[in-house]
Write a protein that binds this ligand. Sequence first.
Ligand code: C5P
Length: 398
Amino acid sequence: MSLKVLLGVGGGIAAYKAAELVRRLGERGAEVRVVMTAAARSFITPLTLQALSGHEVRYDLLDPGAEAGMDHITLARWADLVLVAPATADLMARLAAGLADDLLTTLALATTAPLVLAPAMNHHMWRHPATQRNLARLRERGVRILGPAQGEQACGEQGPGRMLEPGEILDALALGTGSPLAGRRVLVTAGPTREALDPVRYISNHSSGRMGYALAGSLAARGAELILVSGPSALDPPPGVERIPVESALEMEAAVKARVGNCALFIATAAVADYRPQAPAAEKIKKNQTEITLRLVRNPDILGQVAALEPGPFTVGFAAETEELEAHALAKLRTKGLDMIAANLVGGETGGFERAENALLVLWPGGRKALPLSPKPRLADALADLIVERYLAYTRCP
Ligand code: C5P
């Protein structure tokens, strides 16, 4: 399955680079649909981008004809990634404010896909406190900013504000070569496990698998060879991800053990059942007794086992806690011997199981970073950045 990129084109002179970007995205296997702002159409014609993307270019929010086909919500859902290039000062301001006054800004609000901006503007506009404040707000929300580059500008002045070249944008997105994870195998566990009581009943939990699937997609988009060992989940595997379906903790353990040997990273997002019925009944349990006793035994700690491997992969664990988030997560980081842990509060207002949004506190030996409440795909993207950063620091000084 190819990566579906929604390319938003803003109205700046760098819009001419969008044509090359569409072509190169296609070369690297992405499916591209283009949305332009009104100003962008003064710089480059929709026809050019339509010919290169092979799809009608959209620019009108209130176009009944276009909306009758792929309406803006369908388009927002379709995207695996929303890339805005060039992102002008005005467009960044509207995105930072959360305006929905044209098709592109509306899509940016309606999508839960990661949002990536490649800014392009005059260097005074870039340095202006208003733009810098908008930039900080966008970053805080997990929006990824690529560039701008330094150098000569279309206006003849020198400074930061040039849009990155299409090739640089693709490299930063790790579409194709140049990725920090290119050629690296990453194993992710996700979803709940089901522990059989008898052939028709099981013990499980509310995990949807969303966070693990989103993280697997983000890491695959950074060039990793991604294996996703997943408990039962209604989700489709993200593009480029090999899914190994499992049911129980013991099956998950076996699937991980068989594959972790040549993995550079192991990321345990799965909500593994801590206990399983000691002896699942061979036949359906009959309700002929007023009371029955279920004897449970501990499941193996898959993450703990992988973290103890010598030499082992870079290990990332998750901690879902209902109180004392940092203290519990830190204790888990230490006792399991992890390289990183991502902790979130469950049962509160801030997210957790079965929710589309979440916030994380990420800890590693000697460091911490809070990732604010955002849709899980966007949060996963910010976490993927942090994992890559820490992994590279770890491989440089093991
Ligand atoms: O010990 P605790 O269950 O709180 O740790 C949570 C972390 O450990 C998660 O990353 C989870 O995926 C992983 N885990 C595991 N095997 C278990 C239990 C938890 O890999 N049996």
